[in-house]
Design a binder for this molecule. Sequence first.
Ligand SMILES: [Zn+2]
Length: 400
Amino acid sequence: MGSLSMDEDTPTGRQWNRLRVIEALYRRPASRTDLARRTGLSRPTVSSLVEELTQMEIVQEHAAPDSPQQRSAGRPPQLLSLVRDAAFAIGLDFGHDHVRIAVCDLSGEIVIDDCSVAAVDHAPTPSFDLAQELVRDALTTAGIDEDRILGIGMGLAAPVNRSTGSIESEGFLPGWHGLRPAEEMEARLGFPVELENDANLGALGEREFGCGRDAQNMIYIRLSTGIGAGLIIDGRPFRGTNGIAGEIGHFADATDGLICRCGNRGCLETTAGPVALASLLEKSLNVPVSIQDLLDFVTAGDRGARRLVTDAGVAVGRALAAAINLINPELVVVGGHLAGAGDVLLDAIRSAIAQHAIQPAADALRVIRGDLGDRAEVLGGAALILTQSPLTLLQQFEAH
Ligand SMILES: [Zn+2]
């Protein structure tokens, strides 16, 4: 199995050119002329590479959709695209109370999408067992050979140290501190596994499959049991020095607030996280309130619930304003459970941003709810593999 690291497995010049063709065709069919333009390679070189890749059954040729112009020109132009079922990527999302799987083909089409309830937070081993079973079941159901799997993009609701692959802090995912979940899943399944923080995957998911398509500078904020953000800067995921970038949930919102699970005081998560809001509503109503109950109260027009969500939106907007002044994004995508509160939340976020960010940055920005709901993270896992894996793909096919 090919590694993604160029140092370990440096491709040859010819491989590089094949890679450029595969990358240029990733989710965008093209004519030979377009392909030459996209890759900067000469037309004859492109033709000979396409021939090789067609023989390897990675690239296929088909007639372009009919248009009046083309009909009058006589012969229909030929388009090239990747063969959809040549390879597959798997996303795995370990949430606080579930493990979710998505399998996508090379075109990004979702082949399998499944979810199982699990107490993930305190129980890494049963969660690994469940994920292993979900992967095996998915491949059997879809009839996919294991040697067609490019890899697994795996998301966890905790800061992930990209340089060590370990979970960074005890407070975030009790029972998981110091574990290396990607190594564990690799050993169990035999596919390359890449671990990523869930909000980072949510950002990738919305950018590849959802409302953030083509966004160059984007913040995805996930308002769930935890609050986190994933950043896309200059069209690429931004992770910081060791993968911790985007921990906006631990922005100091109230200096005299509650102690947060990260050990600081008054973090945004303690003032605006859905768990904190549900527990505040519980105190005022004197009945147990789940996050779903909170959203139902908001929908039903409960004044207390709407006030809580509005105040949370203002706090989130204030924290985002600081990030917006730093990054100047075109898009903020709001995801996670609390996004279910809709405009009550979004309008409060928008008005706080308008108030606290500098005007030209606020003017350049749209704040919208994510398209993918609770599938953003798992689809981001598959997207992580699809966008990073042309080299893996090529090496798998060359080995056949
Ligand atoms: Zn905190």
